[in-house]
Design a binder for this molecule. Structure first.
Ligand code: FAD
Length: 470
């Protein structure tokens, strides 16, 4: 892949009609795709020196862990970049069905399986990001200023309009660290959880957005393996969920290069260790034996790596009454979810799609309308993730009557989905963000849940549950 780079270039000669995207991860790439339809030129500023292909990089440390792209994310990315799915498969990704290709082992239940016509992609995060980046690099007017750190916003003298960004060559890029300004008609911040927009707003005299936080203290450890091809019987992903009785979960995903990625995780401080023995001992304690069996059948290819995720955080930009013109924020910078639900890339895609809809109406994007539209699409994944976290007594948050009822209902539904494939399908469509959470409450489904549902943990016998730590 050849990236068009503008790193050494000064501000474009015609600054009008120029958009600058901060961050070249999934949200930034999808945002640039959408902007390239309307803006003559789009510059993506990225701190990392971007690799040519599917390599792990420092700015996306989560890329070393299982990264499931939800069904809705696959559909939106294909709509934004037609042909992406086939190209990613040609580059080594596997395809598999949302229900038929995944072993869903949730709330102590093994969900019934069948193909439901929702093909997903299974590959490493660097492969998917590399494929998207390669496509974005070919879009007319798009260039990358990688190896550049965004250090500040540039504004009009009255500080009410953002007119560009101040960037400096990042240490690793071999630059001298000297700063320069890239002018822009629009700046979109997609720098993820570390976004500095709230701080910049305060410096400019605006209120920062109200923040909602839910502490989950999740720890990940991942390692790649070579597992015999037929061991998983063609299944692309095995997912074992945590429960309040067992805070540990994990998964095995088929990725490119005949490899499998094994991720172990634990909620509320019950984190997996990284030494080989401890890693396997942790896998041994998951509710189902599928992950440890795969580990035992496989050969490790590297050492486990960790990631700690303290809290889900949502910035309510849609609640602001005043905000600078010429600036938007999108992706994890707006809403970063507990990663165990695998929603972040799809949430970024949904927000990019909301931006595309607004731009299709003509004119410059309006921050009020955009933040309202983005918030509307973030609501479902945010509500699902935070409500699911509230199942765990150790998670602090408001448990309304509705949350308690829905959580109990969903666990019962998962129990019924052990034998009722239509309920299994209904559940995975919601998890895949292709159906609304409300769809689970449809009267015909509720009746089946009441008739066939089983409380958590009454499925097949499993490994002993470890004593909760801490
Ligand atoms: C452990 C873990 C597992 C996850 N698993 C899944 C999953 O299974 N499925 C899923 O959909 N999502 C998952 N996610 C979430 C997903 O990774 C993100 O939602 C997704 O990458 C979109 O984030 P983003 O592009 O907004 O920000 P990020 O991915 O965080 O990217 C931010 C980018 O901005 C750059 N940057 C930051 N600061 C600056 C600066 N000052 N100047 C220039 N560049 C800068 C960074 O280098 C980076 O490239 C997971 C997250 C974690 C932590």
């Amino acid at each position: 892949m050849e990236l068009r780079r503008s790193a050494g270039r000064a501000t474009p000669r015609h600054a009008r009609d120029h958009a600058v995207v901060l961050g070249a991860s999934m949200a930034g790439l999808l945002t640039a795709t959408v902007l390239s339809r309307t803006y003559a030129t789009v510059t993506i500023v990225e701190r990392d020196a971007l690799p040519e292909g599917a390599e792990y990089r420092r700015g996306v440390p989560q890329g070393r862990h299982i990264h499931a792209l939800q069904a809705s994310g696959v559909l939106i990315m294909e709509e934004l970049l037609p042909g992406l799915r086939a190209e990613t498969v040609a580059a080594g990704a596997k395809q598999g069905d949302l229900l038929g290709g995944i072993r869903w082992l949730f709330a102590g239940h093994r969900l019934r399986r069948t193909d439901i016509g929702q093909p997903l992609l299974f590959c490493s995060r660097p492969l998917l990001e590399g494929q998207v980046r390669a496509r974005v690099a070919k879009l007319p007017g798009v260039s990358f200023a990688d190896g550049h750190d965004v250090v500040a916003l540039a504004t009009s003298p009255d500080r009410r309009t953002v007119t560009g960004v101040r960037v400096a060559a990042s240490g690793g890029a071999g630059g001298d660290g000297g700063e320069r300004v890239i002018d822009a008609d629009l700046v979109v911040d997609t720098t993820g959880r570390a976004s500095r927009t709230p701080r910049w707003l305060e410096e400019l005299g605006f209120q920062p957005p109200p923040v909602e936080k839910m502490t989950v203290d999740v720890g990940y450890a991942s390692r790649s393996y070579r597992i015999p091809a037929d061991f998983l019987h063609g299944d692309r992903l095995v997912l074992t969920g945590c429960t309040p009785q067992n805070l540990r979960g994990g998964g095995v995903e088929t990725i490119e290069g005949d490899r499998h990625l094994v991720t172990l995780l634990g909620m509320l401080g019950d984190h997996p260790p990284t030494d080989s023995e401890g890693f396997e001992a942790f896998a041994e304690t998951l509710l189902f034996p599928d992950v440890i069996d795969a580990i035992r059948a496989g050969e490790p290819l590297d050492d486990p790596v960790v990631f700690k995720y303290p809290a889900s955080v949502r910035h309510h930009y849609e609640r602001l009454r005043d905000f600078p013109e010429g600036l938007l924020v999108l992706g994890d910078a707006v809403s970063a979810f507990n990663p165990i639900y695998g929603q972040g890339m799809t949430s970024a895609a949904l927000q990019a799609q909301a931006l595309a809809r607004q731009l299709a109406g003509g004119g410059a994007p309006d921050w009020r309308r955009f933040f309202r539209a983005a918030s509307a699409v973030v609501d479902a994944p945010w509500d699902t993730a935070t409500a699911s976290d509230l199942v765990f007594p150790g998670v602090q948050g408001r448990r309304t009557l509705r949350t308690r009822f829905v959580n109990r209902y969903v666990i019962r539904l998962q129990g019924a989905a052990v034998s009722d494939v239509s309920l299994a399908e209904a559940f995975v469509r919601v998890a895949g963000l292709v159906a609304s959470p409300q769809s689970l409450l449809r009267p015909d489904r509720a009746i089946r849940v009441l008739l066939r549902g089983r409380p958590s943990g009454s499925g097949e016998p499993r490994r002993p549950v470890p004593a909760p730590q801490g």
